[in-house]
Design a protein around this ligand. Structure first.
Ligand SMILES: C[S@@+](CC[C@H](N)C(=O)[O-])C[C@H]1O[C@@H](n2cnc3c(N)ncnc32)[C@H](O)[C@@H]1O
Length: 371
């Protein structure tokens, strides 16, 4: 099994390199309008924004920043397959521009644009970030009524192109079964508040790049890719930054394509392919180990799992998990300028039929827990 990955160092809209309906999932985080670190980028795209900011006309500047992003959302809609999903990580901004401190609700502005474009908006995820920011308490301190609550969350907007994606033929149904996640993962991931993903520490070697990377955690991209795509799909990130989405796609056995206007970010993608392969393996080992711990916990509670996975031989909660398998990246090759391919070891069957139901006596967490 192989996947293919490509970066275009050019503005994301209009995405002329990508045919219509060629991408199954978009996972991305744009520059956040009215967050100061992204002002220069927006001002380069639209010179009027600089004037509006200096005049203190925050609302008009904010709207023009979003008009820089709108064409990208239109292009994302065009390239998604019917039923394809776009996950957009965005934070709101608070700022004093002109006379008043106020909220710039980026998430609702993007949702409004998405609806106009024709996306189906699905329930969004509130990503609760831990923060030790010194500005935690803003405004008038201990005196009412001029204090402001601190923004300690970001959003992940979940948009779909039309209705549910179809998996009509045998091959695509099988691919979907291979891409299942564990029952206990589903219970954690499909909550509308995520507490368990810490903000990226951004320990990048280059300090200047670090300052303007705005990277999200690898774990966030991994989870969204596993939730909303299947192995062999193509995942798009129109605002690629340091390449977190591409790395997550490589780990999850998805193809990927990214756009980025800062070519310098490329140096941060895969400085050490060997170390990255080990990181990928750790992710897979951790999912398997966490599942085995879950099996043991159920066993200890006297609630053994009733099905067995075909490839690993271990017990699973539902029939949908019996064909779950995690391809493991074994080689990463440069395939040309800004292109890579990744080769995977795919688990072979453990000789267990998907029809096999376990009796309580069979329900041992150590059964064939191969990798
Ligand atoms: C919030 S950062 C994305 C960070 C990324 N998720 C990561 O983990 O590294 C947004 C990125 O979009 C890039 N960008 C801004 N406007 C763009 C455009 N029109 N086309 C492509 N990239 C753009 C910026 O240079 C920046 O690297």
């Amino acid at each position: 099994m192989q996947t293919h990955h490509r970066i275009y160092y050019t503005p994301a809209a209009p995405m002329a390199q990508l045919p219509d309906e060629s991408v199954a999932l978009c996972v991305t985080s744009p520059p956040y309008p009215m967050i100061q670190m992204w002002d220069d980028g927006f001002c380069r795209q639209d010179k009027t924004i600089r004037r509006l900011l200096s005049e203190g006309n925050g609302r008009a500047a904010w709207e023009r920043m979003h008009r820089c992003l709108d064409p990208v959302w239109e292009a994302v809609h065009r390239v998604l397959v019917p039923g394809g999903v776009a996950c957009i990580n965005i934070g709101d901004a608070t700022r004093t521009c002109g006379h008043h401190f106020q909220l710039y609700a980026n998430h609702s502005r993007i949702l409004a644009a998405a609806q106009k474009i024709g996306f189906t908006c699905l329930p969004l995820i509130l990503w609760r970030k831990q923060t030790n920011a010194p500005t935690k308490f803003m405004g008038s301190g201990m005196l009412p009524a001029g204090a402001y609550v601190t923004l300690e969350h970001e959003f992940i907007l979940v948009l779909r192109k039309g209705g549910k994606r179809n998996f009509n033929d045998t091959a695509s149904r099988r691919g979907r079964q291979y891409s299942a996640f564990f029952w206990e993962e589903r219970n954690r991931w499909f909550s509308d508040v995520w507490f368990d993903i810490k903000g990226s520490r951004q320990t990048l070697a280059d300090a200047q790049l670090r300052a303007r990377s705005g990277a999200y955690p690898l774990e966030l991209a991994l989870r969204l890719i596993l939730m909303y795509s299947v192995q062999g799909d193509t995942v798009l990130d129109p605002f690629l930054g340091t390449g977190t989405t591409i790395k997550a796609a490589m780990i999850c056995a998805r193809n990927s394509v990214g756009y980025e206007i800062e070519p310098a970010m490329g140096s941060l993608l895969l400085p050490d392919p060997g170390a990255f392969r080990r990181r990928a393996s750790e992710h897979i080992d951790r999912r398997l180990a966490d599942h085995l711990a879950f099996v043991e916990m159920c066993q200890a509670k006297g609630k053994p799992l009733r099905h067995r996975n075909e490839f690993y031989g271990f017990p699973v909660m539902t029939r949908q998990e019996t064909r779950l398998r995690l391809p493991r990246p074994v080689q990463i090759d440069l395939a040309g300028e800004n292109r890579w391919h990744v080769t995977y070891a795919v688990p072979e069957g453990a000789g267990v039929s998907a029809e096999t139901k376990l009796t309580p006596a069979d329900n041992s967490a150590s059964v064939g827990a191969g990798k």
